[in-house]
Design a protein around this ligand. Structure first.
Ligand code: PLP
Length: 397
């Protein structure tokens, strides 16, 4: 048997965790706070059914949807992203600044292909999103974590690590961060854009939760403060349209998009055209804004239920109150090891993500934390699941 590439060893533990999450999400008896899926009630099934019925025939867009597509994506979806998602954030984009990709994750992959050489350093938040780490490691990058607090990355630590490691890239999830649920403050967004420009570092801004706000005021993205083109803004349509559709986009200077076009062509030619057509129609028929309001209401109720449960059932825990997104981050007393506790939680038919997996070299690994997702669990089940989980936790105290 031929040996697997060395990089597969770096990816193993992350791959195991992702596998565990999918298993916990598909066991009907387990209440899973593990994965990051939106509510099934939030998926626009009926709307897409009607759109598909109308446009997927030869007279309309049927042939376009089943034909090969342009690597950069169909123009009307790119225009819809500009009109409905970028302009409201104060981001000025033209069609040539945007490429449609296969889900938010593909941007991490394409940008890594474009920039990362083996051994390059990527600075990340501590904790950070495990799947992106998996991608950076696939390109044999070294991921170094920087300190964070309730306002996001601590700029002094980022500055010190820029000096120490000369990183190629800084990866940031500024809004309702995965896994912590925290949001980077306005001042730090500006500071990160400036650091990228000053030191010629790619700021990879990954913002898939920014539209999913349930309280508080929206902040401009890091990209808004970028004057040199060093910030690349990547996003996903998974939470606001459909994760199964596998759609996302990258917004950057034209010379970067031109290069990503080449990388995308060599990777998978183009993004699925059927889902691009359906999604473009969804925006262009004015269905997105009312849908967003509906899904915010659904998730706000879940967030509120989860916060109440944590407050009353886990009084010894520190936790983050997220103004949006799908997660909160719970820090338990030091003696609780959330990885070791997983087996007992499994036996009690409740799942969560142990915190350890979200830490990388550069900051302490915290065994007493967990990511708790409320998005895919209906309110009454959140209550039952949290009763199960708090019982398991109490047995450790
Ligand atoms: C921070 C972050 N980036 C990217 C993604 C990936 O999005 P997609 O499912 O569209 O690939 C997720 C999904 O959970 C995420 O949390």
């Amino acid at each position: 048997m031929a040996g697997f590439a060395k990089r597969m060893a770096y990816m193993q533990s992350t791959a195991d965790v992702v596998r565990y999450l999918f298993e916990s999400m598909t066991d009907p008896e387990t209440i899973s706070f593990g994965g990051g899926a939106p509510a099934r009630e939030a998926l626009p099934v009926e709307l897409i059914h009607d759109i598909a019925n109308e446009v997927l025939n030869r007279e309309q867009r049927g042939s376009q949807a089943l034909q090969y597509g342009n690597p950069i994506g169909i123009p009307d979806l790119r225009q819809a992203v500009i009109d409905h998602l970028l302009q409201p954030k104060g981001l000025q984009a033209r069609l040539e600044n945007l490429i449609i990709v296969a889900g938010g994750m593909e941007s991490m992959n394409l940008v890594s292909q474009l920039y990362l050489e083996p051994g390059d350093v990527v600075l990340v938040e501590s904790p950070t999103f495990i799947q992106s780490i998996q991608v950076f490691k696939m390109f044999e990058a070294r991921c170094i974590a920087c300190e964070t607090d309730e306002h996001g990355l601590v700029i002094e630590d980022v500055t010190a690590k820029i000096k120490q490691y000369s990183p190629k890239m800084i990866y940031v999830i500024p809004t309702f961060q995965n896994p912590s649920g925290r949001t980077t403050s306005l001042e730090r967004r500006r500071a990160l854009a400036e650091l990228g420009s000053q030191h010629d570092i790619v700021i990879l801004e990954d913002d898939p939760y920014c539209e999913m706000r349930y309280s508080g005021e929206a902040l401009p993205p890091i990209k808004y403060f970028d004057e040199t083109g060093n910030t690349i803004f990547v996003n996903s349509l998974s939470k606001i349209f459909s994760p199964g559709a596998r759609l996302g986009y990258t917004f950057a200077d034209r010379n970067i998009i031109d290069k990503l076009y080449e990388v995308k062509t060599a990777t998978n030619s183009h993004t699925n055209v059927i889902t691009q057509v359906l999604c473009a129609e969804f925006f262009n028929r004015g269905l997105y804004e009312p849908h967003l309001k509906r899904i915010r209401d659904i998730h706000r109720e879940r967030r509120d239920t989860m916060m109440n449960c944590i407050k009353f059932m886990l009084p010894d825990a520190n936790h983050v109150y997220p103004d949006g997104g799908l997660f909160t981050w719970v820090e338990l007393p030091e003696q609780v090891d959330t990885t070791a506790m997983l087996e007992e939680a499994k036996a009690q038919k409740v799942a969560y993500m142990p915190g350890r997996e979200f830490f990388v070299e550069g900051q302490p690994i915290r065994n007493n934390c967990m990511r708790v997702s409320f998005g895919s669990v209906p309110p009454e089940k959140i209550q039952v699941g949290m009763e199960r989980l708090s019982k398991v936790i109490r047995s450790k105290l």
